[in-house]
Design a protein around this ligand. Sequence first.
Ligand code: HEC
Length: 153
Amino acid sequence: MKKYFKLLLIILLVAFAIIQFIPSGRPANQPVAGQDVFEIVEIPAEVGSLLKNACYDCHSQSVKYPWYSYVAPVSWLVARDVNMAREHLDFGKWGELTKRKQIKVLGEIAEEVEDRNMPMEIYIRMHSEAKLTDKQRELIINWSEQLAEKILE
Ligand code: HEC
């Protein structure tokens, strides 16, 4: 029994080493000057730090990848999340959106934050600074609603 256990452990370790060579698909940051939402609209400091702490690691071109995001299989999950997150909302490419699209996305931000879908639960567990109080959620919701109204004007 002990022998099999040892063999299994070796197989697992070898497999772990091998999967490190599979490209993770983790997307690089490709910031474009002048396109980030912070460069386009004035964001109150308090809201700004909430967005940076709770959203920017997935929805931007300034993602800070922690060490474990370089280790498969976690790297695959992180890559998938960032790719999907940017497809829906990329604060780093805000300037590329039409006004209509910006308004739509701002509505979605308010909705996701209100419903507590965002930031993702698994992310909060690894990043305590992304845990939002009700007050902080309200700040983001009010900000996104006000900005949408301003764009409409
Ligand atoms: C750990 C990564 C991560 C973080 C942090 C994160 N998101 Fe997301 N977000 C995602 C992913 C992945 C999706 C796509 C979900 C899907 O398609 O099921 C998404 C989708 C969204 C959407 C689109 C929802 C829709 O209706 O299509 C919005 C809006 C959004 N997030 C806002 C935010 C905001 C605002 C924050 C910060 C308060 C945030 N997210 C933090 C990963 C993240």
